[in-house]
Design a protein around this ligand. Structure first.
Ligand SMILES: C[S@@+](CC[C@H](N)C(=O)[O-])C[C@H]1O[C@@H](n2cnc3c(N)ncnc32)[C@H](O)[C@@H]1O
Length: 188
């Protein structure tokens, strides 16, 4: 959230009129924040058991949803992804604190590969938050083997050094690293 709040122009350009997917939404905080930037579509997804809390949080924040934005909340289990997500041409995918166990690495990488539009320039940008205590280097090796590139977005001076925020993309899709005010995570 601090990344977004400190870089409003960049995120307006990134999200306005775009198709957004959130994976492993939990409280749906990223999806709800994305709604404020007037995207065309926000898809909030998680395991079936978690969807009631996603729906409740979206309902509580429905005043933030612009009229032109379509919000859909549905089950998306990375082990059994629904065919509808393939070639769904998402512009931005949010996923925070979702690759916390090694058995999730491979299905998660396969899912982002399926959801990802990899055409240069119009490709999908994935914004991925990880806790380095539970997301091991093996996850990043899998990302590379699947053809993804990634950049760390938060400053190395990060106050909470266990948190890594990455942009992940394929085939030279748009990146935001060069546009960011990168000291957003420092205390001073
Ligand atoms: C630690 S929570 C993070 C929630 C939220 N993204 C956040 O940052 O607060 C991890 C989320 O991943 C979801 N998750 C775990 N395994 C999953 C799977 N196989 N398919 C889809 N979601 C999954 C969980 O249900 C949970 O909501």
């Amino acid at each position: 959230m601090k990344l977004i709040a400190s870089n409003l122009d960049t995120f307006t350009h990134l999200l306005q009129g775009k198709r957004i997917l959130e994976l492993g939404s939990g409280s749906a905080l990223c999806g709800i924040a994305a709604m404020c930037f007037n995207p065309s579509t926000v898809h909030i997804t998680d395991l079936p058991d978690v969807l009631p809390s996603c729906k409740l949080n979206v309902e509580l924040n429905k005043s933030l949803i612009p009229e032109s934005c379509t919000v859909d909340i549905f089950a998306l289990d990375w082990f059994h992804p629904p065919p509808a997500i393939i070639n769904a041409h998402y512009d931005v995918i949010f996923a925070t604190d979702v690759v916390y166990a090694p058995e999730l690495y491979e299905p998660f990488v396969k899912v982002i590969d399926k959801c990802c539009c990899s055409a240069p320039a119009s490709g999908t940008l994935i914004l991925l938050g990880v806790c380095k205590l539970d997301t091991k280097p093996a996850f990043f090796t899998m990302l590379e083997e699947a053809g993804f590139h990634y950049n760390l977005l938060n400053s190395k001076k990060a106050a909470f050094s266990n948190l890594g925020l990455f942009e992940v993309q394929k085939n030279g899709a748009t990146t935001i690293l060069s546009q960011l005010q990168r000291d957003w995570y420092c205390l001073q």
